[in-house]
Design a protein around this ligand. Structure first.
Ligand SMILES: *[C@@H]1O[C@H](CO)[C@@H](O)[C@H](O)[C@H]1NC(C)=O
Length: 252
């Protein structure tokens, strides 16, 4: 072998390595939006029942989609909480805030991790609304059940406030009262905007969408709010189905 050729080979392999490393970095950078502990599964914990948490962070259409894709989240429900009006409805919700109830498996995700997603998914400093949605019904609230959750919420709010002192974190921390599920047409709203996705999960009747786990996930996917990796996994499952012909996505 000629010496000049092997020199070229070395140069070529170095370039290939550099290229691969730069790809890895680019992908790492894409994944920073969600806390990475979420996918760690404690293997030896006992079989606990599901827990539930409620947050208000602007329009409940989007709030459902923020949480629906996370590992350990089993169900999401859009609804009303934080006010005193009995049986609120969309056009007359009184002093309630649009909220999302999250049912989760505490072996896979915990309240502290849900708080991290809560803070990173809305502007807690905007007064009286979120983005273009203006009004009291879009205020930011962490609902807590018990002293430990109240403590975790308070600590996380303080941490959020220290990030910048130039504006006030408006988020309220309230003991969880009654959560009123919203009307069926407001459940999985992002998913319903795309009839093709509804077809993918077998055109589940509207009332059933509320309690469906695949619907919660696909709702999040439709809003492009899944973590990048999961977004890509679902992309490829859907492409697979399109290639094969007639749908149904049985699991996500
Ligand atoms: C509050 O927590 C207790 C004990 O952890 C649980 O039994 C109860 O169902 C919770 N309440 C709500 C509304 O989630």
């Amino acid at each position: 072998m000629k010496p000049s050729k092997s020199k070229n080979n070395v140069l070529f392999s170095s370039l290939v390595c550099l290229y691969i490393v730069s790809i890895l970095f680019a992908h790492g950078a894409l994944g920073i939006r969600f806390p990475n502990q979420i996918s760690q599964v404690p293997k030896d914990s006992p079989n606990l029942p599901l827990k539930s948490a409620v947050f208000a962070l602007g329009s409940f259409w989007r709030s459902e989609a923020v949480f629906g894709c996370l590992d350990g989240v089993v169900r999401t429900t859009a609804g009303y909480a934080g006010g005193s009006k009995i049986n609120p409805a969309y056009r007359s919700l009184g002093d309630h805030a649009e909220s999302v109830q999250i049912e989760y498996d505490p072996r896979l995700i915990n309240f502290r991790q849900l708080l991290e997603v809560f803070w990173s998914s809305h502007d807690c400093r905007q007064v009286f609304g979120q983005g273009p949605d203006v009004g009291n019904q879009y205020r930011s609230i962490i609902f807590t059940n018990g002293t430990e959750e109240s403590r975790l919420a308070a600590v996380s709010k303080e941490r959020e406030q220290t990030k910048s002192k130039s504006s006030i974190v408006t988020t309220q921390i309230l003991p969880l009262g009654t959560f009123y599920p919203a009307e069926p047409e407001h459940q999985k709203f992002e998913l319903k905007r795309n009839p093709f996705f509804l077809q993918l999960i077998g055109n589940v009747p509207e009332e059933k969408l509320e309690s469906s786990s695949p619907a919660a996930k696909l709702n999040s996917y439709a809003a492009e709010l899944c973590p990048t990796k999961i977004q890509q996994q679902i992309d490829s499952k859907i492409n697979d189905i399109i290639r094969k012909g007639w749908p149904i996505l049985r699991e996500l």
